[in-house]
Design a binder for this molecule. Structure first.
Ligand code: PLP
Length: 388
């Protein structure tokens, strides 16, 4: 039985073109980009070309791109780096209750150190309430960090509107956006979005793991977190992950390919079919997150009387890889902070299933899920004694 992968929000397989682009830099052109000899120069040129490709995707200058070891590191640099550079005693930062832990935990760490941190609520669809942001903004707000699209429920935030409001309140307040889940599907032009800092991750867009990007708008006050040889304009020391960076830039190239746009239309159709059919054929099921302001690949549904982890295990036994929430929080018994922020009870939040589609899914995969899932839910409900 062929395996079905429906966890593209957790990670994606490398595109074969990415693997091909990387392989030469693992074997032949392995030099250190800082070296003067030809090995080093070839590696340095490759990193430069990759930087240019990422910059074109974001609509910025290549000097504004900082390669990091992950999106987690990029967001940590954005948050701690700008707060450190602000050199003010009493400051506020604003984020949302549904951020990825890489942002949430960074903000919590700052709160522990005495910073004033506002965690904005979201509405029942998972969208940040603009009126709450308006109320929260202060003259000493150093940074606002809001994700473009949520990894658990796919909710898309009105980034342009948020950016405009922040700058209207105080042009000096910096705006950071975690665009990790958005990059495959949404326009990430930093000028259009009106952001100062933006995070990307390679392994969510068919590139290798262990590479991230932080866009830092020219002139943004920011201090490094890692010191050393002064790589990445002094913002992230450490020999560049040349093959990883080349792979990332090839992945960026591929997601802009017209073929990828067609794949995204297909992904959206699969998502729509899954949502519509599951809600119709499985009683006491509910969609989590907005139906319209939603990533084209995200399905997140709660089933009364069935437990998320048990669903994932049962699906895995049938060869289908799914998730209960974000991979980073799996193994934890706490219900998802994102689902709780939507107003779900602990019990309903525990009964949620996330299916995230990608470019290698087929119509057959969708049919198989629709055949297998209702049986699994029925079995689990019987075990839990749930009365339908
Ligand atoms: N931000 C979001 C929205 C994510 O989904 C993830 C990964 O799950 C990250 C950040 C962290 O990415 P990385 O694995 O590159 O650190």
């Amino acid at each position: 039985m062929p395996k079905i992968y429906l966890d593209y929000a957790a990670s994606t397989p490398c595109d074969p073109k990415v693997v091909r682009a990387m392989s030469g830099f693992l074997k032949k052109d392995f030099g250190n980009p800082s070296s003067i000899h030809s090995f080093g120069q070839r590696a340095s040129m490759a990193v430069g070309n990759a930087r240019q490709l990422v910059a074109e995707f974001l609509g910025c200058e290549s000097e504004e791109i900082v390669f990091t070891g992950s999106a987690t590191e990029a967001s940590n640099l954005a948050i701690f780096g700008t707060v450190k550079a602000a050199k003010v005693q009493k400051f506020q930062i604003i984020t949302s209750q549904i951020e990825h832990p890489s942002v949430l935990e960074s903000c919590r760490a700052l709160a522990k150190q005495g910073a004033e941190v506002t965690f904005l609520p979201v509405d029942k669809d998972g969208i940040v309430k603009i009126s709450e942001l308006e109320k929260a903004l202060k003259s000493n707000t150093v940074l606002v960090s809001i994700m473009y699209a949520n990894n658990e429920i796919g909710a898309i935030q009105p980034i342009e509107e948020i950016g405009a409001l922040i700058k209207k309140n105080n042009p000096k307040t910096l705006f950071h956006v975690d665009a990790v889940q958005a990059a495959n599907f949404l326009d990430c032009n930093v000028k259009k979005l009106g952001v100062d800092l933006l995070t990307l991750s390679s392994h969510k867009i068919y590139g290798p793991k262990g590479v991230g990007v932080l866009y830092v708008k020219r002139g943004t006050p920011i201090t490094p977190l890692i010191y050393g040889g002064g790589h990445e304009r002094g913002l992230r020391s450490g020999t560049e992950n040349v093959a990883g960076i080349v792979g990332f830039s090839q992945a960026i190239k591929e997601i802009q390919n017209p073929k990828s746009k067609i794949q995204n239309i297909r992904i959206r159709q699969f998502k729509d079919k899954l949502i519509k059919t599951i809600l119709k054929i499985i009683p006491a099921s509910r969609l989590n997150g907005s139906l319209t302001q939603r990533l084209p690949n995200n399905v997140n549904i709660s089933f009364e009387g069935a437990e998320g982890e048990a669903m994932v295990i049962a699906l895995d036994q049938k060869g289908i890889a799914a998730s209960t929430g974000s991979a980073c929080s799996s193994g934890s018994l706490e219900p998802s902070h994102v689902l709780l922020a939507l107003g779900l009870s602990d019990e309903v939040a525990h009964g949620s299933l996330r299916l995230t589609l990608g470019k290698y899914n087929t119509a057959k995969d969708v049919e198989r899920v629709l055949k297998v899932l209702p049986v699994i839910i029925q079995k689990l409900r019987k075990i839990s004694g749930y009365n339908q």
